[in-house]
Design a protein around this ligand. Structure first.
Ligand code: HEC
Length: 186
């Protein structure tokens, strides 16, 4: 009898822990989507208005961080969302040690051609939960992150001026460009 009670209690605890993890995963994805959608909508609108991409690069270089700030201002306390990558354009998007660990895992999968944009990773520490979503290069990204010889010279000029240490070029379709990561304090 005692054994059954202990067993069922630990099963209950286990399932509630699992439920918690699913909940924080879903919550984290929600914040990732908020930033992703905001950036995508703006990028699309600017590329539509001017196909050369000049308007879009002017916008991204001036407003990407601002949009990130605006989205973060709408999130509950202790929650944040941002982008980072192994090869960064803006130094303010530099990865930390945990980001690097996940980015390297994703990069390995990308090299083996097994990475899916749906490969969400949840990382628990004693202080916070982080949810990572990989961002893969699509044709539209190549205008600003593709082969340096194919990026228009006008766009290159803007990038050089704003980001003299830019490393975020030379990507091909399907490459891992970076991640969006949300963090929830415990
Ligand atoms: C019009 C040019 C342009 C296009 C198109 C573009 N980007 Fe970027 N991207 C930028 C600029 C500029 C930055 C730096 C923004 C900042 O200051 O935070 C950037 C930054 C990023 C970052 C943040 C990490 C870093 O390097 O600083 C990621 C991730 C990213 N881009 C992914 C993508 C993906 C994925 C696509 C395609 C869906 C894409 N970009 C399309 C210009 C562009």
């Amino acid at each position: 009898m005692k054994k059954t009670i202990i067993l069922s209690m630990s099963l209950l605890l286990l399932s509630s822990l699992q439920a918690q993890e699913v909940n924080s995963k879903q919550e984290g994805i929600k914040y990732i989507k908020m930033l992703g959608k905001e950036l995508k909508t703006n990028l699309k609108a600017h590329l539509k208005a001017d196909k050369t991409g000049l308007l879009a690069i002017a916008f991204c270089s001036q407003k990407a961080k601002e949009i990130e700030k605006e989205v973060n201002a709408k999130l509950p306390e202790g929650v944040s969302v941002r982008r980072t990558a192994l090869k960064i354009r803006n130094e303010k998007n530099k990865p930390d040690a945990l980001d690097l660990k996940i980015l390297n895992q994703y990069q390995k999968k990308a090299d083996a051609k097994t990475l899916s944009p749906k490969d969400i990773q949840v990382v628990e520490t004693d202080k916070f939960t982080r949810v990572y979503k990989p961002l893969l290069i699509k044709p539209v990204c190549l205008k600003c992150h593709g082969d340096v010889n194919k990026i228009s010279s006008d766009i290159k000029t803007v990038i050089k001026k704003v980001y003299p240490k830019d490393m975020a070029f030379g990507f091909k379709e399907g490459d891992l460009r970076g991640v969006i990561v949300s963090q929830m304090k415990k």
